[in-house]
Design a protein around this ligand. Structure first.
Ligand code: HEM
Length: 417
């Protein structure tokens, strides 16, 4: 039964979603056609309002007591989704001890030691290189070393146990057919999926165990994982378990941009002065936000929005992609125009741009990610001329496969003289 206040809100039906999947249309692009600040859909027998209005987004993100993050374990109980993502820092409500760790962590010095050279590009010069997978492999390697003091060696050995276990779980979590038809209701499928999640959990627990051992042996690196474990050891701060901590890494990896890097290290001052590069990064994140919708929030009070009264108990999904593509909020929203960011310091200030979320639960890894992107772009732009592979399906613009992830994208890296 549709509550009165939601009756006039356009509904995305299961049929719409199914159509999106079989026609291989990026779901978000079809929603944009029907988007008028708000849409509703039903998931797990709950109404969800997708909100693409910056004023409401701001209210929701700033009032974390009225709009806490929805509890995924209650929302999709006993599923591989809640098992995998349910209680980590991104999905948990309230304050977390992790925030202070990110504040105390000096990222740049770690990158200096961890980012590899550009051997991969040098060796494959002039041949098309599929960039999306390569960037994902690279970003996991960098994240592993910088934040966790662990070498996943994804680039060296893409078939290693960590990468395989991670990819197996990603396939489950992101499979649109499985989500739509709720295939996990079949006990055999649920069991198989949970086994894969367990496998990944046990590998991450191993990393944490090794870290404890190293710390006990007096081998400290001062990396992010150490800071988080220390914060967690503190009796006043028992908010996250080992399982929750390792999910930071998983979630971050899922969403980290696909940029490769080298040992070209801009200084802190240079980072600030790379204005055009920053504009490109912001515009890229506007058109293709890695996190197209924020984590579900649950309204604990009725929310008045235009002519609608969204009743307490409704799940709210801040629809970043919708806001970033809205013609009411941006001039020529489908065009790539970095100059639109010329004047503004958008991060955390300007709510139509929510690539890193906002309010007190804004992305803690935003600096991490921006530094990484700038360093990689500096290296690649300086050393290579980059072009699309001949006959690329992307020649008239990036073709999105699902959500904001493109079809394989081959680029040619030609070394500059
Ligand atoms: C381009 C790369 C990234 C993007 C676009 C991104 C985006 C986001 C977004 C939108 C949120 C807010 C979710 C919400 O409010 O519902 C978030 C939260 C978070 N991100 Fe990121 N992220 C990126 C990279 C990273 C990295 C590299 C790390 C870790 C090193 C990280 C750690 C976190 C954490 C810990 C949170 C939870 C913060 C909290 O709830 O207090 N992110 N991220």
């Amino acid at each position: 039964k549709v509550p009165d206040g939601l009756k006039n809100i356009h509904t995305i039906t299961s049929f719409d979603m199914f159509l999106g999947i079989i026609t291989k249309q990026a779901g978000h692009d079809s929603y944009i056609q029907i988007l008028k600040n708000i849409l509703k859909k039903m998931e797990s027998l709950r109404w969800i309002c997708m909100i693409a209005d910056p004023v409401i987004a701001k209210n929701v993100l700033l009032q974390t007591d009225i709009y806490p993050k929805a509890n995924m374990e209650e929302f999709v109980p006993n599923s591989s989704f809640s098992e995998y993502l349910g209680t980590n820092v991104v999905f948990s409500s309230g304050d977390t001890c992790v925030q202070s760790c990110f504040q105390n962590f000096t990222i740049a010095s770690f990158f200096r030691n961890c980012i590899k050279d550009d051997r991969y590009f040098r060796n494959n010069c002039k041949k098309p290189i599929e960039i999306k997978n390569l960037m994902q492999m690279f970003t996991l390697d960098v994240l592993g070393k910088v934040a966790f003091g662990f070498d996943f060696n994804n680039l060296g050995n893409p078939d290693n146990a960590y990468v395989k276990a991670y990819n197996d779980v990603q396939k489950i979590i992101l499979d649109p057919i499985a989500i739509l038809f709720q295939t996990e209701r079949i006990p055999m499928i649920r069991q198989q999926n949970l086994k894969k999640v367990d496998k990944l959990s046990s590998l991450f627990k191993e990393i944490i165990k090794e870290k404890y051992k190293a710390l006990a042996a007096g081998k400290s690196r001062g990396d992010l994982l150490e800071l988080m474990l220390n914060a967690n050891e503190n009796q006043d701060n028992q908010m996250l378990s080992d399982t929750e901590l390792r999910n930071v890494q998983e979630n971050a990896r899922e969403e980290v941009l696909r940029i490769l890097g080298d040992n070209l290290i801009p200084s802190a001052e240079q980072h600030k002065s790379l204005k055009y590069l920053n504009m490109i990064i912001c515009e890229n994140l506007r058109l293709y936000p890695s996190v197209p919708t924020l984590v579900y929030r649950e309204s604990t009070e009725d929310l008045k929005f235009k002519d609608f009264l969204i009743p307490a108990g409704t799940i709210l999904e801040i629809y970043t992609y919708g806001m970033h593509h809205s013609s009411k909020l941006w001039d020529k929203p489908e065009e790539f125009l970095p100059e639109r960011f010329e004047k503004e310091n958008v991060i955390g200030e300007n709510y139509p741009w929510l690539a890193f979320g906002g309010g007190s639960r804004m992305c803690l890894g935003n600096n991490f990610s921006l530094i990484e992107q700038r360093m990689v772009l500096c290296l690649l732009l300086r050393k290579y001329e980059i072009s699309l592979a001949p006959n690329s399906i992307h020649k008239d613009g990036l073709k999105i496969k699902y959500l904001t992830s493109p079809y394989p994208l081959e680029l040619i890296f030609k070394r500059r003289d």
